[in-house]
Design a protein around this ligand. Structure first.
Ligand SMILES: C[S@@+](CC[C@H](N)C(=O)[O-])C[C@H]1O[C@@H](n2cnc3c(N)ncnc32)[C@H](O)[C@@H]1O
Length: 278
């Protein structure tokens, strides 16, 4: 298992099924860097994690930049420059992830990736990131009543991205020296997740965002924020309608090519994708 060092690995190990016979271990650290010795892995699986950026692009909190994202907490409905800044960071992160795993996998080693994708620019009626807009309005309301400062809200952004399939393909093409694409399939998100009950929907997003929110605002505001969010979800129940969700899951199976040298030279990835309708 791998996760960031802040992850509660003890809880993970306590919850593993006792009756299953296998050896479990954990390697903490960002998957955007090296985690394992060279040429030691036969199979890598990453699920629902490659949508997290390793960091927020600096320009989105720089008030002098055209990519400044004041008044929003995500690139949903933001100017094109904000979406471009997210996309550039994503491209760097994916490049680093692929390069690191290329070093660690044995020749012909396999890598199974699945992560959410969206082929629409996220400004339409019901899209996956509309939820961030709703959470953003809760934070703004809390700033208005003085629970948190306006500056804190302005400097908060969610480091999650739903890239287009086209963008992912471009990044993978930039790495074709190391990996061949053995399989690529789009799975329908709505068939995988069903969250029709408000409280489950709220808990799901709380599980995903609590750490990021606590880090920025402190632990005290989390309960209040998600109570407000639960009220907003009641007001806008359409947000839970997965039929309208413009989100899919991309499954990719990569094979590490034989001839790739495991020298430390970085894989060239001069790609800066854009997240437009394709
Ligand atoms: C939505 S959870 C998915 C968990 C699990 N893989 C699953 O499919 O149920 C995403 C996880 O990715 C972790 N994560 C995000 N960015 C990461 C990074 N750069 N390195 C390691 N783990 C990361 C988060 O901490 C979180 O635990």
């Amino acid at each position: 298992f791998n996760d960031q060092v802040s992850n509660d690995f003890n809880t993970l190990f306590k919850n593993l099924p006792q009756q299953r016979i296998y050896y479990a271990t954990a390697v903490p650290g960002s998957f955007c860097g090296r985690l394992f010795p060279k040429q030691t892995l036969h199979l890598v699986h990453s699920s629902a994690a490659l949508c997290w950026l390793s960091k927020l692009p600096n320009e989105i909190t720089d008030s002098d930049s055209s990519a400044c994202n004041k008044g929003r907490i995500h690139y949903t409905d933001a100017p094109k420059e904000v979406a471009d800044a997210y996309a550039t960071q994503y491209s760097k992160d994916m490049g680093n992830f692929l390069h690191a795993r290329a070093q660690e996998l044995v020749e012909n080693g396999l890598m199974l990736l699945q992560f959410p994708v969206s082929n629409v620019l996220l400004d339409s009626d019901v899209d996956p990131a509309k939820v961030f807009e709703l959470i953003g309005t809760c934070l703004v309301d809390m700033a208005k009543v003085g629970v948190i400062s306006e500056e804190k809200v302005d400097s908060f952004n969610v480091p999650l991205i739903y890239p287009s399939v086209k963008a992912v393909k471009e990044i993978l093409r930039g790495c074709d020296e190391c990996f061949s694409i053995e399989w690529m399939e789009i799975l329908e998100f709505k068939n995988m997740v069903s969250l029709p009950i408000g409280q489950i929907f709220v808990s799901w997003f709380r599980a995903a965002l609590q750490g990021t929110i606590e880090k920025h605002f402190g632990a005290k505001i989390v309960d209040k924020l998600f109570e407000r969010f639960a009220e907003k979800v009641k007001e806008f129940p359409d947000i839970m309608n997965t039929d309208k969700l413009k989100l899919d899951v991309l499954f990719v199976l990569l094979r590490r090519k034989n001839k790739f040298s495991t020298s430390n030279s970085p894989v060239p990835l001069n790609i800066c994708h854009k997240m437009y309708k394709t």
